[in-house]
Design a protein around this ligand. Structure first.
Ligand code: Z15
Length: 795
């Protein structure tokens, strides 16, 4: 290892000379990649040896998604090598940032849930806690998005290149997962046993990725399973060619929808592969008796996608280890805990009993038994029919995975205070009453190592110059910036960094999308998946409103703003795709109108992903967090933007509520109806958007412009607007909130008028953001749920 850039240069040059003499960027990438891997490997081995030598309780985070982003640069940052390597390469005439851009990010997730899992991995290792991930190694990550005539198109993305694999195949650790087959009772010496006869075996092969903690001390493991054809005997009644094809498909691609995939057999196969392979792996040669699993292993299930871990653990304990039901249930329900990420009913997973019964017959019997025993105990407690129905796992031929997950876990958490309260008081009221100590809150967080130190090194350096470096280890110390929030020279430095980050973003957009943006305009950024409740529609309708005002009121000449959009829609989510088309259409109208263009510019960044987020977030001045109150469980982009000094325009939803609480509402632009009001309207079904349209000439005009196609030159089919806002009665309260939203935007313009005041507010946001580091979140999970001890330091 080296400690100076001279040493690094020598190392690097030797390496690159070993390979071939030329120093192309690709070659530099490969060399750097190998070097980092060797440095990592050493500590990875040491960490693993420690885990073996002194077995402490280990956490396993089961997740169907890990949206980790590029790893090369981040690993260098966490190893504290980034600056040395960067300077060394500079002197060799190579740009580290250009080398980093050769890495394709593995898009193994859709959005918030998958990115949260990645932030948690980083925080676990950085806090030197023994926590690892189990997931799936999809050949194709999330699709690549392009716009054709303003419409989203989807191209398959393959992140796995045979060279430069980020992960290592562990073929000796493969396990076999059983699908289909018949459950048979076998009478043996130890009593009756159940086995699965003639299953279709699928081989699950693990690939390991190192998770490098801060300072490179602790290196944990993210283990991803790939499905492969098994060599075991194959049922004679089935076709082997079909089998090979079906097996390859299991980990072929990530499902591109956050919330609408239940019902698809392939998705169920994925979920079971993850649960069965991971549990078999954990219980392969345990250093402890199975009775002591809960003292040695904690399993966190990330939403209900891995909830089959509950019946699968039961199966292993009962069928493979011959435990009785009661004991197996006691062990299971002291090992597994569950995080809920949504209250949207359409996102609550339900599986058809028949589907599970045919694909996973033994698992089905176990779920049925869990349900039966639970119902029996409830009946003994004299519960009403209504409560019984709400608490049933199986109802009308479907399995409600959220109920299974709650019943089979020892702790259940929501992801922000408001969300947890809604879960406890409404969505899961009966379950909460049944298990009063199970429910708790763990407000989400983000890793400041990627979202501040890596994405915004210039701001990080300024912070360190100002308050010293202790915030890096203890991000809550960012609050020391409060004493500089009115210091003119610090504020000027902050402004200079923001300007630089805006210019860097402009450079990328120009290079990649040939878009020219004015760096003096306000950068207003709305980046997240496209979803009705996230209300990108409200943002674009507001822009239409501004357009009309500029056109028809010659005294209205607002300060220039660039509205950035970024995000993908699930390929089958037609409404979301129409909103994308609408934004692109209005963008070309606004951007090509000489008068309006002086004031408004719309930029839709293609293919929004982790890498793009790292460019966009540091450049943001305004952060759009405008979901319909009660719908966004937490949000995490909101925190990333806050940490980089953007001011939030947002509703009282998800973690926004806690952000406003931390920073003070005077340092944000809060608007719109509260969750209580929204839920009241929903209950009474008393909201009628028609009344709004009829009573409001400005909105009526906008609706007319859209419906007649006049505004969009017939380029969009406005039926969806009419359908959503009138026939479906505006389910996300866009028209109800839009004026309040517009007023908040006017306040933004007023505030921006005073640059020093604006900078002060930005700094106060950064200063108040430390609590949203995922280090805090992970420490709370560890204290309240997992009870982990720190890995002894190896330095
Ligand atoms: C997903 O990304 C989220 C919730 C879901 O139910 C699914 Cl299926 C995917 C998001 C929430 O929408 C977001 O509010 C939250 O911040 C994130 O999970 C992480 O908890």
């Amino acid at each position: 290892m080296f400690s100076s850039k001279e040493e690094f240069k020598k190392f690097f040059m030797n390496r690159i000379a070993d390979k071939r003499s030329q120093k192309s960027l690709e070659m530099a990438f490969e060399t750097l990649w190998e070097m980092t891997h060797e440095w990592i490997q050493e500590n990875w081995n040491r960490t693993n040896q420690l885990y073996e030598k002194e077995p402490e309780k280990q956490l396993y985070y089961f997740s169907i998604e890990f949206l980790i982003g590029r790893v090369l640069g981040q690993n260098l940052v966490n190893l504290n090598f980034y600056d040395v390597v960067k300077e060394g390469l500079d002197e060799l005439g190579l740009k580290l940032s250009e080398i980093e851009e050769l890495e394709d990010e593995p898009g193994l997730g859709n959005g918030g849930l998958g990115r949260l899992a990645a932030c948690f991995m980083d925080s676990l290792a950085s806090l030197a806690l023994p926590g690892h991930g189990y997931g799936l190694r999809y050949k194709g990550g999330l699709f690549t998005q392009h716009f054709v005539n303003g419409n989203q198109t989807e191209q398959p993305t393959k992140w796995i290149k045979e060279k430069n694999n980020a992960d290592a195949r562990q073929k000796d650790l493969a396990v076999e997962v059983a699908y289909y087959g018949d459950v048979q009772l076998v009478v043996g010496t130890a009593g009756v046993k159940r086995t699965i006869e003639n299953p279709v075996w699928v081989k699950a092969v693990p690939y390991d990725l190192p998770i490098v903690g801060a300072n490179g001390g602790t290196i944990n493991t993210l283990r991803l399973w790939q499905a492969e054809v098994s060599e075991r005997p194959f049922p004679s009644t089935k076709d082997h060619t079909v089998y090979e094809h079906e097996t390859a498909k299991i980990t072929d691609r990530l499902y591109p929808d956050d919330s609408l995939e239940s019902g698809k057999i392939l998705r169920l196969k994925q979920q079971y592969l993850l649960c069965s392979a991971s549990l078999q792996d954990l219980l392969r040669n345990p250093s402890f008796p199975v009775e002591e699993i809960p003292e040695n292993i904690a399993i966190q299930i990330n939403d209900t996608h891995p909830a089959l871990a509950i019946p699968e653990l039961m199966r292993i304990l009962i069928d493979d280890h011959s435990l009785g039901w009661e004991q197996a249930w006691d062990i299971t329900t002291r090992t597994i805990s569950y995080t809920n990420h949504t209250i949207l009913t359409e996102a609550m997973e339900k599986w058809d009993c028949h589907l599970i019964q045919s694909l996973l017959p033994r698992i089905y019997l176990i779920i049925e038994e869990i349900d039966l025993r639970f119902k029996e105990s409830l009946q003994n407690q004299g519960k009403t029919v209504d409560v019984l129905r709400k608490l049933s796992i199986i109802e009308e031929g479907v399995i409600k995975m959220a109920v299974l997950a709650v019943v089979g876990s020892y702790k259940v958490n929501g992801v922000a205070k408001l969300h947890t309260n809604i879960l406890k008081k409404r969505e899961m009221k009966e379950l909460n009453e049944q298990f009063p100590n199970k429910f708790h809150n763990k407000t989400n967080g983000i890793t400041h190592r990627r979202w501040l130190i890596k994405a915004n090194p210039e701001l990080s350096e300024l912070i360190t110059e100002t308050i010293g470096a202790r915030w890096v280890k203890e991000p809550e110390r960012l609050d020391e910036l409060h004493s500089f929030a009115q210091n003119p020279s610090f504020l000027q430095d902050f402004q200079a960094v923001k300007k630089l980050k805006k210019e860097q973003l402009i450079y990328h957009l120009q290079r990649d999308q040939n878009i020219v943006v004015d760096s003096a305009s306000i950068f207003d950024i709305h980046i997240k998946r496209f979803h009705g409740y996230k209300r990108q529609l409200m943002n674009i309708l507001h822009i239409q409103m501004l357009y009309n005002r500029i056109k028809h009121d010659s005294t209205y000449r607002p300060y220039p703003r660039t509205f950035f959009f970024g995000g993908k829609a699930a390929p089958t989510y037609h409404f979301a795709k129409q909103v994308i088309k609408m934004i692109n259409t209005i963008a070309s109208k606004v951007n090509n109108d000489p008068l309006v263009r002086e004031h408004l510019h719309i930029v839709f960044v293609e293919n929004y992903n982790v890498t793009q987020a790292e460019y966009l977030i540091p450049a943001a001045e305004v952060s759009e967090q405008i979901s319909t109150a009660s719908k966004e469980a937490s949000g995490t982009g909101n925190m990333k933007l806050m940490m980089n000094g953007a001011l939030t325009i947002g509703t009282f939803d998800g973690a926004n509520v806690e952000m406003f609480e931390q920073v003070g509402e005077e340092n944000a632009f809060v608007f719109g109806m509260r969750a209580e009001e929204i839920m009241q309207y929903e209950k009474e079904k008393s909201y009628n958007p028609k009344e709004i349209i009829e009573g409001d000439p400005e909105i009526a005009k906008m609706m007319r412009q859209l419906a007649t196609g006049k505004f969009t030159d017939g380029k969009i089919n406005a039926d969806f607007i009419v359908e959503q806002l009138l026939e479906d009665k505006d389910p996300y309260f866009v028209l109800k909130d839009i004026h309040s939203y517009a007023k908040a935007h006017e306040k933004i313009l007023k505030a921006y008028d005073n640059p020093m005041k604006w900078a002060e507010m930005s700094v106060k946001n950064m200063a108040a953001s430390g609590i949203f580091s995922s280090d805090r979140t992970i420490q709370q999970y560890s204290d309240d749920v997992w009870h982990l001890s720190k890995v002894p330091s190896i330095h």
